[in-house]
Design a binder for this molecule. Sequence first.
Ligand code: 5GP
Ligand code: MG
Length: 183
Amino acid sequence: MLRDISHVLISEERIRKRVHAIGAQIAADFADSLDDDSPLVLMPVMTGALVFSADLIRHLPFKLKLELVAISSYPGKSMASKGVKMASELPKDLEGKHVLIVDDILDSGHTIAVLKSLIEEQSPASIKVCVMLEKQRNDGPPIVKADYIGFSIPDEFVVGYGLDYDGYYRNHPEIVTLREDAL
Ligand code: 5GP
Ligand code: MG
């Protein structure tokens, strides 16, 4: 696996510090709006957000519920979005709840836009978006904004820290690009 890596964009140490800082910021922002009647619903977008959300939730010191949603836009070996597909059902009890969507990377924004509009149909109290990465796209900005962003990266295909290529490399602890001959 290691020999497939071209270069390291973000080290483990930088990720660890940044996740801690985002957690602190979210904790401060939500401190006043959450109570037992309106707890936080944290919604990781599977599978890419698995690693990030596992680290992030341990910095959030209040009652929250995890509701996983599965969405796929890069099936198999694709390196460009093939259209957004919901692969699981949304929970049906989001009315009046504060929802925090957590994803690995914001690229075109279509994934988050679709998810947000589906959640909005249920009249939640609020919807916020937290992503580990945002791509500086050559095609212009994403169609939705994230409220919390870990790092901005150049318009390159990256893997590691939850992000995959053909299902692999999610377990790599850094965010990296792959060598041409690994693709
Ligand atoms: P969007 O809908 O914003 O264009 O795409 C977001 C989704 O595409 C992300 O949740 C992620 O699954 C996938 N994606 C976008 N860029 C990359 C990338 O550089 N590497 C990997 N592995 N997945 C990406
Ligand atoms: Mg994804």
